[in-house]
Design a protein around this ligand. Sequence first.
Ligand code: NAD
Length: 265
Amino acid sequence: MPGSPTSRGRAFGQKVGFTMRGLSGGAAIVTGAASGIGQATAIRLSEEGVRVVCADVNGTGAEQTTKSIQGAGGTAIAVEMDVTKSALWKKTLDEALGAYGQVDYLCNIAGIVNTLGPDNVIELDEEHWHWVIDTDLTGTWLGMKTVLPHMLERGRGSVVNISSMAAVRGLLDLTAYSAAKGGVISLTKQAAMQYPTVRINAIAPGTIDTPILGDVDVDFSVNHIIPRLGTAGEVAGMVAYLHSEDAAFLTGLVIPMDGGWSAKT
Ligand SMILES: NC(=O)c1ccc[n+]([C@@H]2O[C@H](COP(=O)([O-])OP(=O)(O)OC[C@H]3O[C@@H](n4cnc5c(N)ncnc54)[C@H](O)[C@@H]3O)[C@@H](O)[C@H]2O)c1
């Protein structure tokens, strides 16, 4: 919930200790803004002076994040949308342009894991394969396909896509998710090559303490060198940094935000 320090490590409205250059006054679309990393990112960008579109298939949750931002003096609107539907992406862009006249930052954060059935290569069924690939990979592509023309027209913009360490480390029974997140890395590099006037980067988080982890009784922190889970606020801070002028020379980059996991052999 907004206001809870549990998932972000600090309460909403508690100002960050430093700000990122060049973010203030811009406008962002943040998908997955109802929960976890997306919610923390919407809040963090707002704290940086960015006007935010909180987009999520969970419209009530998106509305709650929006109200929290507004309550703290920020500017936000909520859009209920499904990232797998191109028509809803167009509607989201239209609403963003109607409200703010521009989109400077696209945060492709919405995502799912397959919790509805087995996820090994043989037993995974086609329906669940497509559900995860559509949400985690196609949704990211559709976001860029929809918003990049606007950014190219303005000659500026920044995109941050969320991959996962599951894309680059062998994890058991995350077949569709790992494949989708690997695709996000490839897609990020392709897009960065194709559109040099827009910066396009990705983050590959380790295990972050958000509702996506569900009730599974596994200590995922053992993968990290830093012996804990990451927080959504920490990932949100990296999203803000990648969008900022401080990262003006970074594009096509995939940042492992993983408590040191990628340093381990
Ligand atoms: N938490 C982790 O350990 C972790 C690690 C690596 C990567 N990630 C990635 O980070 C991103 C955010 O995940 P989170 O941990 O904050 O999880 P979360 O479950 O807290 O948030 C995911 C959000 O995405 C939204 N969403 C799902 N399907 C959607 C759709 N079709 N259209 C629009 N919105 C949709 C959900 O409603 C939810 O608000 C995901 O892409 C996830 O794969 C998470």
